[in-house]
Design a protein around this ligand. Structure first.
Ligand SMILES: C[S@@+](CC[C@H](N)C(=O)[O-])C[C@H]1O[C@@H](n2cnc3c(N)ncnc32)[C@H](O)[C@@H]1O
Length: 293
């Protein structure tokens, strides 16, 4: 058994956390725990729950779309999925788009509500699981935008199928994932003997628990769950759901000269995040991508 406690969550990577093995829990119970963990992170003012404001609004497009893929002129209404925390929803709203945000954590959604009120935006906040967006079926978004979060879902293929249903024909899906290879690293001593050590298997098996606490002495930490999806599911699953993959890119934030074991050094071996841009075929089956890199 191995463990790492996330305290204070100073960076996005830290908020994504590390893990140790325990027995399976019922899925509903896992979702409940994930909500509790994110509520706590939001209350603690985690990096992922810091509301954006006028400074971030100035370069909203670049922040949302670091590769310049989104055809902004084709978009009116956006679904930000598993994206609470007053960041992505606020950026889209600042650009004048109609925004709905879904998140499992009421505390994360309260940040979106408060940013909306503070800036005179209209943001529809929906509490729910990214694996069960049935109540949105019948709505058709021009763009579904999902920041790093799919590793909290036990079945990414099921998630993609739901998303496909709420994208309009010809509409888009922008998603960023945490590299499964980074999740496979040893929590303790990941860099040893001049090498990074991958110790966790991939696949649809037992998830990795993720401990979240801010006051370790006062109460037991919350547990969230991480799922180490395969690339077959993360990328191939998009095609299986019906999307055409238009673009793929990894974040470039590495520094081989940084201290071995640090995030920047690790990124030179395993880029931490990758984004995929997909399109649902139009009614005539056509793909019309105006996005330029
Ligand atoms: C890393 S944050 C991403 C959004 C954040 N604004 C950011 O960019 O850092 C992950 C988000 O996923 C949400 N989340 C976790 N599990 C979820 C689930 N099963 N369904 C919906 N949202 C979920 C969390 O509450 C959290 O707001």
């Amino acid at each position: 058994m191995r463990t790492e406690v996330v305290e204070g969550c100073a960076s996005r990577r830290q908020a994504l956390g590390r893990t140790f093995h325990v027995a399976n829990l019922a899925l509903t119970h896992r979702s409940h725990l994930s909500r509790r963990a994110w509520d706590e992170l939001a209350h603690a003012g985690c990096f992922c729950s810091q509301p954006y404001g006028s400074v971030e609004f100035q370069d909203a497009r670049q922040r949302l779309d670091f590769k310049g893929w989104i055809p902004w002129q084709e978009i009116t209404n956006v679904l930000c999925l598993a994206a609470g925390g007053g960041q992505q929803s606020a950026l889209f709203a600042s650009l004048g788009y109609r925004v709905t945000v879904v998140d499992i954590s009421p505390a994360q959604l309260r940040v979106d509500q408060s940013v909306a009120q503070g800036n005179g935006f209209e943001i529809q906040c929906v509490e729910g699981d990214m694996l069960g967006i049935d109540r949105l079926f019948g709505r058709h978004f021009d763009l579904v935008y999902q920041p790093i979060s799919a590793h909290y879902a036990h079945d990414v293929r099921q998630m993609y199928r739901g998303i496909y249903r709420v994208v309009r024909p010809g509409g888009y899906y922008w998603v960023e994932h945490w590299s499964p290879f980074q999740m496979q690293l040893a929590s303790i001593g990941r860099w040893e003997s001049q090498a990074y050590h991958l110790v966790e298997p991939q696949g649809r098996g037992v998830p990795l628990p993720w401990l979240v606490t801010h006051e370790p002495s006062s109460y037991l930490p919350s547990i969230g769950w991480h799922h180490v999806h395969t690339l077959s599911d993360l990328i191939g699953g998009l095609c299986k759901a019906g999307f055409r993959v238009l673009r793929f890119a990894e974040r470039e934030q590495s520094n081989i000269a940084a201290a071995p074991g640090s995030e920047a050094h690790l990124a030179a071996y395993i880029p931490p995040f990758f984004a995929v841009f997909g399109q649902k075929p139009g009614d005539n089956g056509k793909i019309a991508c105006g996005a330029q890199e």
